[in-house]
Design a protein around this ligand. Structure first.
Ligand code: ADP
Ligand code: LRH
Length: 497
């Protein structure tokens, strides 16, 4: 088969990007053609996504992709962050700006849901971890609003972008699995959960899976992007984490992955969900992956902690350069103060350096005083949360691992990769940073017949074509154990257990 030129639209919580990939059976070259910031907007007390600005970025990116590919693209795929959605009226027009998952409207929604559907039953039916912003909680919070009453359709964010590009509506299954309305055993909607929570499944467009056709770019999009038609749009693993896990360059099955960007998503790829009570108590999730896989993982606050510190220092007139800050953090005292990087107290936007310092003080540790000390605290804490997730995922699933793969923007953070190797005591393979875009184009290329085979073949192609970095574990095991104990004690204090 001839090599094809595919475009990936990848919408992360911190930036959107359009990447162009030249894919052949033994070749894969990825090029970033456009990146644009994803800046939420607070209006009327509600935090929104600026979804039209994102769509503008997608169109600009497709124009740049067209220019890079001589006006001819073999296909386009869209992936993005999970759980959030846009509502459409009966004519297909967007009803208001999508609400950001960090908005406070879901405060108290989990308690309302628990009153009609006990957490154990909800977990048994969906396998989803308890995150305050899961789509079901957002829908319960929106219940009775004129906007939801007027809505005839709900499209998850990547499906909304695909709809605007093609005019076709669908609900891609990997992202649908983050709604908490999907049963991971049947890989279909859970009628039980929908009925008990009074959610109308008719709001959702028909399910589709990675590799399914999702329409053609509309004539107006072709014109705007300077592309020659027809250009097919293919449903990929439209949840960015689903695509990122396709993009993990693992050999064999005994690996853990950590997709690190705004979030750290740390866990295992399994072929069936783990729905035990122990798994629920440990708050592990079973999201659906490409090719019938299950992403068994835990959400960790991730580099959000650092992003939000940088934003705060900026606003306080003390802007920090990321490279210089990380270099200084590398020289700071290791494991001086550490926090629980899974603590939902860090979820909302706001003065992050202060919240981190307060968490340190509450647990009897010194407050970080400088940006470098704060960054060191964040990275040590993330490494410890990575270790805990990798260890617990193995214990709960029975799958042992010998390697940890770090993909996503955080794979560029050499200090974080080194600390994660030291904390887990396992070798770390870092890269690719753009794993989600790579997973996106690989699924498109396979659907187009340019490559063939399963995940193992796609990963072999990544290993031979993408630059990777290797970190062997070193450092003081006892010091990591002691710091992990400090966090466990702090967690016990906060939950009263
Ligand atoms: P998302 O998809 O959630 O928007 P990304 O995967 O793009 O996030 O990761 C963004 C994060 O990656 C940044 O917040 C930053 O911490 C980290 N990062 C990106 N580039 C670098 C770099 N050159 N050095 C260190 N960290 C980096
Ligand atoms: C990462 C991500 C993650 C979700 C979160 C809301 O971008 O998709 O998998 O939990 O956003």
């Amino acid at each position: 088969p001839a090599p094809g030129v595919f475009a990936a639209v990848d919408l992360g919580a911190s930036s959107g990007r359009v990447m162009v990939a030249r894919v052949g059976p033994a070749s894969l070259r990825l090029e970033e053609v456009h990146r644009f910031p994803n800046r939420p907007v607070r209006v009327g007390g509600t935090l929104h996504w600026d979804v039209l600005a994102l769509y503008r970025g997608v169109l600009d990116g497709l124009r740049a992709a067209g220019a890079a590919a001589g006006g001819r693209l073999a296909g386009v795929g869209v992936d993005g962050w999970a759980v959030d959605y846009g509502l459409l009226d009966a004519a297909g027009a967007l009803l208001g700006n999508p609400v950001h998952y960090r908005d406070a409207r879901t405060d108290g929604a989990a308690e309302k849901v628990a009153a009609v559907l006990p957490p154990a039953e909800l977990y048994a039916a969906t396998g989803l971890q308890r995150l305050p912003f899961n789509t079901v909680y957002q829908l319960v919070a929106a219940h009775g609003t004129p906007q939801l009453a007027a809505a005839r359709r709900l499209l998850m964010i990547p499906d909304l972008i695909s709809y605007w590009l093609t005019g076709q509506q669908g609900t891609e299954i990997t992202n649908a699995s983050t709604t908490q309305l999907v049963d991971p055993r049947t890989r279909d909607w859970s009628p039980l959960v929908a009925a008990r929570l009074g959610i109308d499944l008719g709001l959702f467009a028909p399910l589709r899976g990675p590799g399914d056709p999702a329409g053609l770019l509309r004539p107006e999009v072709l014109t705007e992007a300077g592309l020659e038609g027809p250009v097919p749009v293919t449903a990929v693993g439209s949840h960015d984490t689903a695509s990122a896990v396709v993009g993990v360059p693992a050999a064999g099955e005994d690996f853990a992955y950590i997709a690190t960007g705004t979030w750290s998503l740390a866990g295992l790829e399994l072929d069936r969900p783990v729905l035990t009570e122990e798994s629920r108590a440990a708050n592990f999730t079973n999201e659906l992956g490409v090719d019938g896989t299950v992403r068994y993982l835990r959400n960790i606050m991730g580099l959000w902690l650092l992003q939000e510190c940088l934003r705060t220092w900026d606003a306080q007139g003390e802007p920090q350069d990321l490279a210089a800050l990380l270099a200084a953090a590398g020289r700071a005292m290791p494991l001086r103060s550490v926090v629980d990087a899974g603590d939902p107290a860090f979820l909302a936007p706001g003065d992050m350096p202060r919240r981190i310092a307060e968490a340190c003080a509450r647990t009897g540790q010194p407050r970080p005083r400088t940006p470098a000390e704060t960054a060191r605290c964040v990275l040590d804490s993330l490494a410890l949360a990575h270790r805990r997730a990798v260890e617990e995922a193995q214990a709960l699933s029975g799958r042992r691992v010998s390697t940890v793969h770090i993909v996503g923007g955080g794979a560029r953070n050499t200090l974080l990769c080194r600390l994660t190797a030291d904390a887990t005591g396992l070798p770390v393979v870092a890269g690719p940073a753009e794993a989600a875009a790579l997973g996106n184009v690989l699924v498109q290329a396979r659907a187009a017949g340019v490559i063939s085979g399963g995940l193992a073949g796609m990963r072999a192609l990544l290993r031979t074509t993408q630059p990777l970095r290797y970190y062997d574990p070193a450092g003081d095991r006892a010091a990591w154990d002691e710091a992990a104990d400090r966090i466990a004690r702090g967690r016990g204090k906060e939950t009263g257990t």
